[in-house]
Ligand binder design. Structure first.
Ligand SMILES: [Zn+2]
Length: 149
């Protein structure tokens, strides 16, 4: 997704560690359907709770600044955090799920071993969520070409 646009409206959901998360309304509905199925399949809270949803450009700017510090170059930072205005999270249609380990570059392999991730690969499409392989935690609702971050 080249130019993700902010949602006209957002819906609030309760996220990871009871954090208030905002999502585009249709994404929030799809998430609620997905979580219901995941709970029925035996996954318990906090698995599949949302770590990050809609992010404002100001918030994204802070994340990018931190990524620059962490990764040392714009090129490397951009692999993991989009600059403000470029993140799919500004659309409210990107969801970072908690799958059992912190969502970090170091945990990518470990996250792909989890039952939660395997369940997502099999089932998320039914609810309109597409994967982004570089980041196993990041899923995008109803976007034909996932852009990640
Ligand atoms: Zn994400």
């Amino acid at each position: 997704v080249k130019n993700p646009q902010p949602p006209k409206k957002v819906s609030n959901i309760v996220g990871y560690r009871r954090k208030r998360i905002q999502l585009a309304p249709k994404t929030a509905s799809a998430y609620k359907a997905l979580i219901k199925a995941a709970r029925a399949a035996g996954f318990k809270n906090p698995i599949f709770s949302v770590v990050s949803g809609y992010r404002s450009d100001a918030y994204q700017a802070g994340l990018f600044k931190n990524a620059l510090k962490k990764y040392g170059s714009v090129k490397e930072a951009r692999k993991w955090v989009a600059p403000p205005g470029k993140s799919v999270h500004r659309s409210g249609q990107a969801v970072d799920f908690y799958l059992g380990h912190p969502n970090t570059k170091a945990n990518v392999g470990k996250l792909k071993q989890t039952g939660a991730w395997k369940w997502m690969v099999k089932n998320a499409g039914r609810f309109g969520f597409n994967p982004y392989t570089r980041e196993p935690w990041h899923w995008e609702y109803n976007l034909s070409r996932p852009g990640g971050k």
